[in-house]
Ligand binder design. Structure first.
Ligand SMILES: O=CC(=O)O
Length: 320
């Protein structure tokens, strides 16, 4: 079956990619689905007799870790395409060592993630989700009152990570008359927003923190108890970056004790597990890492992933 062997085998780690990519005719790739098994990926691979040696590329997303052990079990792997901007779920050190190319989604989801950050903030301030729950039983509730929300205009918003997404969040919130400040690895000379090299100082001078930076060893638990206490009891945290940017246990405590006022969270430390301590809290809006999950964005990302495979396999037909 020489012909079949020439069709590169692609390991697909997320169910959503099955749809568009597989409809190619004639098939350019042999897609191997690893997501229907309940086994952890490495165990699944270890159980396959013939699969690991043939796999030349992986398609994954932010929820599908590509660990060093997984990479080591795939001797022909030459490419990892992730339908995410973040690459923290991929062992980049092992990829570099093996000269495996890693392709992310670039700026494809930037606007959606920035929109989601603004949406979560408006939801927390205006209590939209809480109001929805309340309104369903409005006529039955005694007393009939619903707590006050809060204006968006005039809020001092501290953006953590003024990259592509952070920049778009700033642009949007400026249009709502918010006062933008930021913390980044470096000061950005092309913006006039106030820069803080220290996150605690930024928190002390902000009403809202919006987390947009990548997760690295330097940014893990960047938002710790000290930062939350500096933000204070009227402060709100919005996270569209990665769950582990915040010390989640401390976040739950601060929210429960009223040491901060609210949070809008699209990401969590141990997805898909959301801390149960958040469930009873009406001052928290939860979203299942859904900022990039729009139907239009999904179509674009399938196309991008296919193009990335095509580019890789046309310029590099043999992976050594
Ligand atoms: O989580 C989504 C992304 O990294 O794009």
């Amino acid at each position: 079956m020489a012909e079949e062997e020439e069709v590169p085998a692609i390991l697909v780690l997320a169910s959503s990619f099955g749809i568009d990519i597989k409809s190619q005719n004639p098939p350019k790739y042999r897609f191997l689905e690893a997501f229907s098994s309940n086994l952890p990926l490495l165990q699944f691979l270890q159980q396959q007799q013939t699969l690991p040696p043939s796999v030349r590329a992986i398609i994954c997303n932010a929820l599908k870790p590509v660990t060093a052990d997984v990479i080591r079990s795939l001797p022909s792997l030459g490419l990892v395409v992730t339908a995410s901007a973040g690459t923290d779920h991929i062992d980049l050190t092992e990829c570099r060592r093996r000269r495996i190319q890693v392709v992310n989604i670039g700026g494809l989801f930037t606007a959606d993630v920035a929109d989601m950050a603004v949406a979560l903030l408006i939801d927390v301030l205006f209590k939209i989700s809480a109001g929805d729950r309340f309104a369903r039983n409005w006529g039955l509730s005694k007393p009939l009152g619903f707590p006050f929300g809060s204006k968006l205009g005039g809020k001092r918003v501290g953006i953590i990570g003024l990259g592509r997404i952070g920049g778009e969040v700033a642009k949007r919130l400026e249009a709502f008359d918010c006062i933008i400040k930021y913390h980044s690895r470096n000061k950005n000379p092309s913006v006039s927003y106030t820069f803080y090299s220290n996150v605690v100082d930024l928190a002390s001078n902000s009403d809202v923190l919006v987390l947009c930076c990548p997760l690295t060893e330097q940014t893990r638990h960047l938002i710790n108890k000290e930062v939350m206490l500096a933000l204070g009891k009227d402060g709100i945290i919005i996270n569209v970056g990665r769950g582990a940017l915040i010390d989640e246990k401390e976040l739950v405590q601060c929210l429960v004790k009223g040491e901060i006022r609210g949070a809008g969270l699209d990401v969590f430390e141990d997805e898909p597990n959301v801390p149960k301590g958040l469930f009873p809290l009406d001052n928290v809006v939860l979203s299942p890492h859904a900022a990039a999950l729009t139907l239009d964005g999904f179509k674009d990302s399938c196309e991008y992933v296919t193009q990335s495979l095509d580019t890789f396999f046309s310029i590099k037909p043999q992976v050594s």
